[in-house]
Design a protein around this ligand. Structure first.
Ligand SMILES: Nc1ncnc2c1ncn2[C@@H]1O[C@H](COP(=O)(O)OP(=O)(O)OP(=O)(O)O)[C@@H](O)[C@H]1O
Ligand SMILES: CC(C)(CO)[C@@H](O)C(=O)NCCC(=O)O
Ligand SMILES: [K+]
Length: 238
């Protein structure tokens, strides 16, 4: 029997490329060697792409897909999909990853919500019960904070291995950095919570992204982790 038709989903993130098939969005892998895409093309005829990296990066990937006769759809941020009204004056300038994360959460959440993506950048986007995107925040992500701290100080030589399960005060340079940057993320989430509390009587907060495992979610009421938000959002276009 031939394999069922399935679509390849590719998320070109700021620092790495992830992919999965529409048959199982939870089984995501990292495309560390882009040329491996030639292998992936053998089991698909269609591909959806979200890209927040460079056009050059996107072209490299679409060239491989075209060569393998895979049908490509590059997703672009659009206003008024699934009734979601974007808060930007120029909606198309809102990152497609942020838009897809909001569309993903809208699939299962009908109350006011904030979605926080802990990636290379950390973003927060707030959507009310009327499906209006109120706005959001963009700050450096965990690794980005550490890299910029090292670039601007004489801490460049410090190796950062240790990350505590719960938030701790550091007792050497390395743990002061990792725990301190973790504390920045805790602070960010607490501020999201405070603003949600001020604006809404009912709300939920969802956390996603590569660094979601850094925080202890039990420390935050009304907050839960949702994995693979971007791919779940992409499934809307299958
Ligand atoms: N091999 C890796 N490359 C990059 N980041 C990694 C890697 N392994 C773990 N990480 C962690 O994942 C975080 C990045 O998260 P994520 O993978 O969601 O980012 P991304 O690929 O840039 O996508 P996004 O566009 O969502 O930011 C980094 O801050 C880092 O701590
Ligand atoms: C903010 C990031 C870097 C987060 O990945 C991405 O969504 C992006 O490049 N966005 C474009 C700018 C914006 O969303 O306002
Ligand atoms: K992100």
């Amino acid at each position: 029997m031939s394999e069922p038709a399935r679509t390849l989903l590719i998320d070109i993130g700021n620092s790495r490329i992830k992919y999965c098939y529409s048959s199982d969005v939870s089984a995501l892998s990292y495309l560390d060697d882009i040329d491996y895409l030639n292998q992936l093309c053998k089991s698909t005829s269609r591909c959806l792409i979200s890209n927040v990296a460079s056009q050059k990066q996107l072209k490299y990937i679409t060239d491989i897909l075209n060569k393998n006769q895979v049908n490509i759809q590059v997703l672009k941020t659009q206003d008024h999909v699934d009734n979601l009204k974007l808060g930007y004056q120029q909606p198309e300038s809102l990152g497609v990853d942020r838009w897809l994360a909001m569309l993903a959460v809208k699939q299962f959440c009908s109350t006011n919500f904030a979605v926080i993506d802990l990636g290379t950048a950390i973003t927060c986007d707030v959507v009310n019960e009327e499906s209006e995107h109120i706005g959001g925040w963009i700050v450096p992500g965990f690794s980005t904070m550490i890299e910029s701290l090292k670039a601007k100080t004489s801490l460049a030589h410090v190796k950062n291995h240790y990350i505590a399960d719960d938030l701790e005060f550091g007792r050497d340079t390395s743990s002061c950095i990792t725990e301190g940057c973790k504390a920045q993320i805790y602070g960010f989430i607490f501020m999201v919570q405070q603003q949600m509390q001020i604006n809404f009587s009912q709300y939920k907060i969802f956390v996603t992204g590569g660094d979601a495992n850094l925080i202890n979610i039990d420390d935050f009421p009304r907050t839960e982790i949702v994995e693979n938000c971007i791919f779940t959002g992409m499934m809307r276009f299958i």
